[in-house]
Write a protein of this length. Structure first.
Length: 347
């Protein structure tokens, strides 16, 4: 976690991956510290967030956001300390969160930086998890698109991940039955015993479809999609009339280089959407709901402070370990929200 005050270590995109990313797609390099322009802050990274969406930014395929350019810093949100400020609203030592990328230091326009407040000041890394983007994603995707009602059955994929674990707990607070889908017996057990899910089904089980049907005898009213692929295949026949499907992510497809082999299921999907009058809606959290962040922050802060919401963090040490950690995340090897500690909390 060494941070030299005169050198900026950064990890750049060296090449675009073909399929799953490999170490050679990244490069660690050193540059002088960035200089500050008017209205900018110099930030020292303490915690870097790793998230599945980063795989999409490594590709130049059309998407909702511009790709990372070759030889440019990998994109990513981070919790940082302000080192120097050219803006009257910030001072040295402030805790902030910004999209400052995979590097020790960054010069960022103050308009793109948010100060940490409330519970996040006590636990800064959580501003990248339960009190940050994953929490915001779970909150708005479930409550605004999923609109769960007491007594309904909510199913969430990637159930022990930073978004899925919160979706399940928020659904429980709404009075719903919650069924998770996760990878492996340990994660499934954790979802029930720690996060309070009613059931959790292992997506590696060859009898996944049957196990899910047994866990959801009344069908599924809300399915929070994080995975796609075979998991969605098992969910689709169980969706009730007027079920809601917030589409947050499709991690099983992120490394795909083409369409999957086998039967084309598009006709089955579209006919089910029509017959059952399903609501299937994708969303990009800050593009669609950025104006409602304050609503989320207030409610989640209250729940978290009252111990009504639990969260698990998977912490990695050292900027140099970020590439392998992202590779592992995309293979499902993480258990909880992946955060890379790059620097010390104290100035």
């Amino acid at each position: 976690m060494s941070q030299n005050q005169s050198v900026n270590r950064r990890i750049v995109l060296a090449s675009r991956p073909k399929g799953a990313p490999v170490a050679a797609n990244f490069r660690l390099e050193e540059q002088p510290l960035p200089s500050l322009a008017a209205g900018q802050l110099l930030l020292r990274t303490v915690y870097l967030s790793l998230d599945p969406y980063m795989r999409g930014r490594m590709s130049d395929a059309p998407s909702y956001a511009a790709p990372v350019a070759i030889d440019q810093v990998m994109t990513g949100g981070a919790v940082s300390r302000v080192v120097a400020s050219n803006d009257k609203n910030f001072k040295a030592g402030d805790w902030v969160v910004a999209s400052s990328g995979w590097q020790d230091y960054a010069a960022i326009d103050a308009t793109l930086v948010r100060k940490l407040e409330g519970a996040a000041l006590k636990h800064p890394s959580l501003a990248l998890g339960v009190l940050g983007m994953p929490g915001f994603t779970a909150y708005m995707g479930l409550l605004d698109i999923g609109q769960p009602q007491a007594g309904e059955t909510v199913v969430v994929a990637a159930a022990t991940g930073p978004v899925g674990s919160l979706v399940g707990q928020i659904a429980k607070l709404q009075g719903c039955k919650v069924v998770g889908i996760a990878g492996g017996a340990e994660k499934c057990r954790y979802a029930v015993e720690h996060f309070g899910f009613d059931h959790c089904v292992d997506h590696r089980d060859p009898a996944l479809a049957q196990r899910l049907q047994e866990a959801c005898p009344q069908g599924i009213d809300v399915y929070f999609e994080n995975v796609g692929g075979a998991v969605f295949d098992a969910v689709l026949p169980l969706l009730n009339t007027k079920a809601r499907v917030p589409v947050c992510g499709l991690v099983s497809q992120y490394n795909a280089e083409g369409l999957p082999q086998g039967q084309d299921r598009l006709m089955l999907l579209t006919s089910t959407i029509l017959r059952k009058r399903l609501r299937v809606q994708g969303f990009i959290i800050f593009d669609d709901y950025g104006h409602r962040y304050g609503e989320f922050a207030k409610q989640m802060g209250e729940w978290f402070s009252a111990d009504k919401i639990k969260f698990r963090e998977h912490r990695i040490q050292g900027l140099e370990n970020a590439p392998q950690s992202l590779i592992d995340l995309l293979e499902g090897k993480n258990f909880g929200k992946v955060v890379v500690q790059i620097g010390e909390e104290n100035d």
